[in-house]
Every structure is written in C-alpha cells, then in structure tokens.
Design a binder for this molecule. Structure first.
Ligand SMILES: *Cc1c(COP(=O)(O)O)cnc(C)c1O
Length: 289
C-alpha cells in the first residue's frame, strides 16, 4: 500500500541561467539544471535512476528492494526513501562494519524503514556473483535487486530524461560521474551537434570510459570525461575546493554539494579559464544533487 504522505516531485527540474563574470571573456553562457530541487528526500539524479526501476519492480510484483552501497551512499538513502513512499520493504547491504551511532545518511535510511545488513569488504567485492545473490535470496526471500549506485540500463533510461526535459538548445551538457550511468543517459539522448562532458568524482576515473560505453547499446562518440578534478579522490576535499564552494555561494547563493557537484563546477570554470570550452557556447551543468 502506498503511504498516505505522498512524494512531491518537481519535474521537469528548473533550468536557471548563472550570470558569472568569469564566463564573460569567452562568451560562454552557463545554465544550471537544478535536479537537486526535484525532491528534498531523494536527491537529484538518484530519483531519475530509481524511477523506471521502481516501475519494473512493481510490475514484476516484488514487494522488497535490495541494494548495495557504502556507509555514505546517497543511493542507499534515496532507495530507502523511495521504498517508503512506494510501500516497499527495503534492504541495504552496506560495505564494511557497523559503526554506532549511525552516520546521518544511514540513520535517515533506517528512519525510512530500511533494514541494514553489513558485509565485509572482501565479500562485498563479490556482490554481483550469482552465488552471493542466491545466498541473499535464501536469507531475505524475494527482492528486486538494484545494483550499487542504482546504475543499470533502466537508470540510464531515467537519466536520458534530463535531456528530454530541455526546451532550449545547449551545446555542452556537463555532469559529475560516480558510476557513469547519469552521463551515459545524457549522452544517449543528445542531438547530433551536442556533447556530454563528465567530471569524475573519483581518482583514477579513466575506468569510467569503459563503464559509460558499457551502458550504451550502440557506440557513441558524443561524450568525454575529465579525470583531473577529483581533489584527492572520492569523498575527499581540499582547501582549494572548499574555497571555490564558499566563493560560489557568496556569488550565487547556491551551496554546491561537495562530493560530486562542486568538483564538476570547479572543472567547468577551470576549463573555461583555459579556453578549453568552445567560445560562445551554451553550457548546461546538471546539478545532480
Ligand atoms: C550519485 C551521484 C552522482 C553520480 O551519478 P552516476 O550516475 O553514478 O555517475 C552524481 N552526483 C550526485 C549528487 C550523486 O549523488
């Protein structure tokens, strides 16, 4: 049974022009696609990645969602919230040991009714093995399996709607990358003259080139990934990044999410300063969370 308290979604997510003098010399126009405003409980692209999976789970008459993530995973929390609002049981398989008190992200997941199960890091690496998944079924019965980060072909389809929602032309569409599913979805929906530009939030992000390709059922050459703006690695930050976030807030009153979005934004400003973005182009940066 769906809950009485309904999920309110702001779709299509708003597009806003960002007036920033640093883009003036190149004549680049920067716009933000505010996916962070879709819903306060299910951040940005996590909603897009879940929506077709939820429909599939319900169509296949599953009443439980099971998924994987680290202790700070936005996807875990988003799945817990989505399950709550869709009247589905949720199980989060968490990498590593339990730490009490729970961090905010996991505590919120529990508040939405998610059952947390911890597995050690070695076992976690085998989370896609059939034997391991069969073991989970023996323990938990029937469930709809969402992969880590919620990234699968239905998630890619959901992210393609970022582009489908646009009613103005853009030359470049930028997004931060974790698993690459969001970028894959964007690239799959572009018109011939448009390009998708990803920014890896992880160190060693070149693996994302294979990951994004694997999400496509045909080969696309309309996207690329910047791997230099990881600021030390996933969920790491530096004083330089923090200063950029503070300055951005002072100029625009937008608090950039630091794990992904701020790294993309920093990268865009840096590329613009280097003259690496086409002069006079219209750039849309997706604020994924
Ligand atoms: C999860 C997340 C991403 C990464 O999306 P992928 O599809 O895994 O590349 C980007 N931004 C935010 C804010 C996220 O929470």
């Amino acid at each position: 049974m769906p809950r009485q308290d309904q999920l309110t979604l702001r779709l299509p997510s708003p597009v806003q022009r960002l007036n920033d003098e640093r883009f003036k010399p190149s004549g680049i126009e920067l716009f933000l696609k505010r996916d962070d405003l879709i819903n306060p409980e299910i951040p940005g692209n996590k909603w897009r990645k879940l929506v077709y999976n939820l429909a599939a789970a319900q169509k296949e008459q599953h009443s439980t969602l099971l998924t994987f993530g680290g202790a700070y995973s936005n996807h875990i929390r988003a799945t817990a919230a989505a399950g709550y609002y869709h009247g589905m049981t949720t199980i989060g398989v968490i990498r590593g040991e339990e730490h009490k008190p729970l961090n905010d992200s996991l505590q919120q997941a529990v508040n939405y009714g998610m059952r947390l199960v911890y597995i050690d890091r070695t076992t976690y690496r085998h989370k896609t093995d059939l034997a391991f998944i069969n073991g989970l079924h023996e323990k938990f019965g029937d469930f709809y399996l969402l992969p880590e980060g919620g990234s699968n072909s239905l998630a890619v389809r959901g992210c393609a709607e970022i582009v489908a929602e646009l009613d103005e032309p853009f030359d470049v569409i930028a997004s931060a990358c974790g698993t690459g599913a969001t970028l894959a979805g964007i690239a799959s929906a572009l018109s011939p003259h448009q390009r998708a530009l990803g920014f890896s939030a992880l160190k060693g992000g070149t693996f994302l080139n294979d990951a994004v390709s694997a999400f496509h059922d045909r080969s696309l050459s309309n996207w690329s990934i910047e791997t230099r703006y990881h600021f030390g690695g996933f969920a790491r930050r530096t004083p330089r990044l923090d200063a950029f976030i503070a300055d951005f807030y002072a100029r625009h009153e937008i608090a950039l999410e630091w794990v992904y979005v701020a790294k993309m934004m920093y990268g865009l400003f840096d590329l613009a300063a280097q003259g690496s973005l086409p002069a006079g182009s219209r750039v849309l940066a997706v604020v994924t969370g």
